[in-house]
Ligand binder design. Structure first.
Ligand code: C5P
Length: 401
């Protein structure tokens, strides 16, 4: 499967570096040629001798090495591979990659390459959850970095949580999937709603809400990167269109519903829009004028529920329908009730009480609720929530196919 493939393995500093030795063995068993760059930090955990013995090749360590540069310059090293694998990817190396720094051989090779890069992050749970790391990983994922892990579990430092490097067989599976060209959602069609809706009072005034659209846009981008043919139906936002996504812009809930129905059939739908529950019963054709009398009163009427409509779409129902539940109290109980009421398959529940900073903010604490139960996710940037949801959806379809 990996016969003849050339892998450049970058080993940075972390206790998980010992797992990279096992990874080299497994890659070579499958016929891959492995060349290794060992960072200074990496060399504190595994020796150049063990890496060289397993790769059967010289180990590259120094940026300014006359002998290394004479044999193979760092630019050539970075190009002379089919895939770069960073395992373990330390918080520091990810930060360098995100900001484009190149002050040692590992970071320089990663900046100079024109090849795909797969990273297996490994670090302490606090370091992983730190907004700086979350932001760096989100930036890199948006630029096309492939990620595997990290997993959750006991850490070498005695703490528990996300940050453990993926196991060698998981990294191997990710490498094989990359070479198989198997974008896990290719051939699937996805529909995502995002943003607020604007409900006209008259030609110049409207009712709206504070949704930024960040979460929905990030989900559409993640699904497209996983290979799904993705349509994003978005209310008014200040965000750029996610790359590779067909975007339909709408204003009101009724327009959003019509655009969603026009996008059917799809295999999956994610309703992340904050659709206004009500709209003015009758939008004035002209700007309402102050006439010196009492202020006008607004009569409201209920908007269509897009999530419920898609969930009840009969033979046009997407196989997987996912909604959000933004709650300010009793988050899980309310979300479970919503799952039943709306007839969708999964609800991603999050706390939007003012103290949580979620609405309009950059992060989300998600509880994924389905018929089986509740899965609590750590606090993640909205981009990483999108990545994780995309992986979860891909696994669901993988299991089904
Ligand atoms: O009922 P509530 O607004 O809390 O439900 C949230 C979920 O339902 C979200 O997924 C949202 O996108 C979706 N929704 C919808 N159409 C509406 C109201 C909510 O699609 N009119």
């Amino acid at each position: 499967m990996l016969e003849g493939k050339r892998i450049l393995l970058v080993i940075s500093g972390g206790i998980a570096a010992y797992k990279s030795l096992e990874l080299i063995r497994r890659l070579r068993e499958r016929g891959a040629a492995v060349r290794a760059v060992l960072s200074r930090g990496g060399a504190e955990f595994v020796t150049p001798l063990s890496v060289a013995a397993l790769t059967g090749d010289k180990v590259y360590q120094e940026l300014f090495s006359l002998t290394d540069e004479a044999e193979m310059g760092h630019i050539q090293l970075s190009r002379d591979a089919d895939l770069l694998v960073v395992a373990p990817a330390s918080a520091d190396l990810l930060a360098k990659m995100a900001t484009g720094r190149a002050d040692d051989l590992a970071s320089t090779v990663l900046l100079a390459t024109d090849k795909a890069v797969l990273a297996a992050p490994a670090m302490n749970v606090r370091m992983w959850l730190h907004p700086a790391t979350q932001q760096n990983v989100a930036t890199l994922a948006e630029r096309g970095l492939h990620l595997v892990g990290p997993g959750e579990g006991d850490m070498a430092c005695g703490e528990y949580g996300p940050g453990r490097m993926a196991e060698p067989q998981e990294i191997l599976a990710a490498i094989e999937a990359f070479f198989a060209g198997a974008a896990p959602l290719s051939g699937r069609r996805a529909l995502v709603t995002s943003g607020p809706t604007h409900e006209a009072i008259d030609p110049v005034r409207y009712i709206a809400n504070r949704s930024s659209g960040r979460q929905g846009h990030a989900i559409a981008g993640a699904l497209a990167r996983l290979g799904a043919e993705t349509t994003l139906v978005s209310g008014p936002t200040a965000l750029a269109d996610p790359p590779g996504v067909a975007v339909t812009r709408v204003e009101s809930a009724e327009e959003m519903l019509a655009a969603c129905q026009a996008a059917l059939p799809v295999d999956l739908a994610v309703c992340a829009a904050a659709v206004a529950d009500w709209r003015p019963a009758k939008a004035g054709g002209q700007k309402t004028k102050k006439n010196g009398k009492a202020p006008p009163s607004l009569k409201l009427t209920e908007n269509p529920d897009i999530l419920a409509t898609l969930s009840e779409a009969g033979n046009r129902r997407p196989q997987l329908v996912i909604g959000f539940a933004a709650e300010t109290e009793k988050v899980i109980a309310h979300a479970k009730a919503k799952l039943a009421r709306k007839g969708c398959d999964w609800i991603l529940a999050n706390d939007v009480s003012p103290a949580s900073g979620t609405f309009g903010g950059a992060e989300n604490s998600i509880h994924l609720i389905d018929a089986e139960g509740v899965e609590d996710w750590p606090r993640l940037s909205k981009e990483l929530v999108a990545e994780r949801l995309g992986q979860r959806i891909a696994a669901w379809f993988g299991g089904e196919a």
